[in-house]
Design a protein around this ligand. Structure first.
Ligand code: ZN
Length: 475
């Protein structure tokens, strides 16, 4: 069936801390795709979801340490996360919180379905648990000192408790088939890694915690002595928002965008959960690597955390979006730095796009003519760029756009509009160049929405007035 709608989701962030620029890439990439598909599918046919993951023992403990209620703690962090996302001009349709009442109800219904289908049973877990990951660990997943690879400063817990287990092992063959298909998990290397993981076999997973240990969670619907395990609860957020807004049906393309630390949950657990409850699967799980800053992992303990707002206040929203989107597919971890950011800003935006726009605006104003500007047709979305967007290669779209800018610059240099005396000829040259610029401006909407709008409104009437530079040089 041809898909006519899109549900695109970011991971929902855990409320143990406010998000930082390491999270920004994922959010901006998802936003760029959502904005692009609104042009092709139609604005009402795209649902972009983001939010916060708020239950679990880490949040409960953090609240206790602050002597406040867990809900007050997570509400505060969630609001701060939202502020960060808004600073990046994200066009989400909903910012979901797993403490939202509708989600709680739907998560319970989901678990009940899985239980009724015989996939959840009471058992006993004895083993290791990392609170940083909120996840059960095997010895092979720890470093030589017996610590979590992602949280080496945290103490691994030994736990022994009664849990409800999800029959993950039952879905090994189903998952093998699913992961053998090219395209369910992007990139290809990650798909193979997930397939290899499933091929080794899966153990049933505890999906509840006893309340006497962790009470900050959603009640297990069939046993109120337990709360739903935070990962089982969190993954359902996609279904909650999707199903209530008509985006979990067969006409919807469902894409999850997430970091590599969440790959297993989305590529291996989530499809099994959906299959168990009897719901459709997502189409694509798109996994990206980590963003490092100046060669180091970004973390509170290293003291190198930068929030998106710190960058957007200093450099503007669109340059920050541009910098991340230019990165290309982050398969392995990628390094960013403020020095590199300045270089890219000056080269591509101040001297590049900003300069071309300023040149044409000055020439058009000086001509005194009212120019006849053609806006690009809808095909600009459906033909020229669609393959790159489908492959998540937004960096290639930007390369194409900058190649077009170079063509415009070359045309200006070759034709020297400033020395053309013949009014009709001058008008023709400027109209050609500005019409090309309009195509660039329009296609930049998913990347730099405010800049796109500014350029279009500056030129579209044909009576052009030169304005202050879009991107003043920074040193
Ligand atoms: Zn961990």
């Amino acid at each position: 069936m041809k898909k006519t709608k899109l549900l695109i989701t970011t991971a929902i962030d855990y409320t143990n801390d406010v998000i930082h620029i390491g999270h920004a890439y994922q959010k901006v990439l998802s936003d760029c795709l959502a904005r692009y598909y609104r042009h092709t599918f139609g604005p009402e046919k795209v649902y972009f979801l983001t939010g916060t993951d708020e239950h679990g023992s880490t949040n409960e403990k953090a609240a206790k340490a602050r002597n406040i209620l867990p809900l007050d703690h997570v509400t505060e962090i969630s609001a701060k996360d939202k502020e960060q996302l808004d600073a990046l001009n994200l066009s989400y349709n909903r910012f979901i919180r797993t403490t939202n009442e509708d989600h709680k109800k739907i998560a319970q219904d989901f678990m009940q379905k899985s239980f009724d289908n015989g996939d959840i049973y009471l058992g006993k877990y004895e083993g290791l648990y990392c609170e940083g990951c909120e996840s059960y660990k095997t010895l092979s997943e720890l470093n030589d000192d017996g610590q979590c690879l992602l949280h080496p400063t945290r103490q691994i817990q030994k736990i022994e408790e009664e849990n409800y287990f999800f029959r993950w092992s039952k879905y090994v063959d189903f998952l093998k088939d699913l992961l053998s298909e090219h395209g369910f998990v992007y990139p290809e290397g990650k798909r193979k890694e997930m397939l290899a993981l499933v091929t080794q076999g899966l153990e049933d997973l505890p999906v509840s915690r006893p309340k006497y240990k962790v009470s900050w969670g959603i009640d297990v619907p069939f046993d109120h002595e337990h709360v739903i395990y935070v990962w089982f609860d969190a993954l359902i957020n996609y279904y909650t928002a999707g199903v209530q807004n008509g985006f979990w049906d067969d006409e919807t393309e469902i894409i999850h965008v997430l970091g590599k630390d969440n790959a297993k949950w989305h590529a291996v657990l989530w499809p099994a959960m959906l299959k168990s409850a009897g719901y459709r699967l997502p189409d694509t799980v798109y996994v990206h690597g980590f963003i490092n800053l100046d060669g180091e992992k970004i973390s509170k303990s290293r003291g190198n955390v930068i929030r998106p707002t710190e960058l957007t206040e200093k450099f503007g929203v669109d340059p920050v979006r541009y910098y991340f989107l230019k990165q290309g597919p982050i398969v392995e971890d990628v390094n960013i730095s403020l020095d590199q950011f300045r270089e890219v800003y000056n080269a591509d935006l101040a001297n590049g796009l900003g300069n071309t726009v300023a040149r044409l605006a000055k020439l058009a104003e000086k001509s005194g003519e009212t120019l006849n500007i053609c806006m690009p047709a809808q095909e600009v979305w459906t033909e020229t760029w669609s393959d790159s967007f489908k492959e998540f290669r937004v960096d290639l779209v930007l390369q194409g756009v900058w190649a077009k800018l170079s063509e415009i610059d070359k045309h200006i240099n070759d034709n020297e509009p400033w020395s053309i005396k013949d009014k009709a000829k001058l008008k023709e040259v400027l109209e050609f160049e500005i019409t090309k610029l309009m195509e660039v401006a329009v296609i930049l909407e998913p990347f730099m929405p405010a800049t796109s709008e500014k350029i279009v409104s500056q030129f579209e009437t044909g009576k052009v007035i030169a304005e202050t530079p879009l991107f003043p040089r920074i040193s």
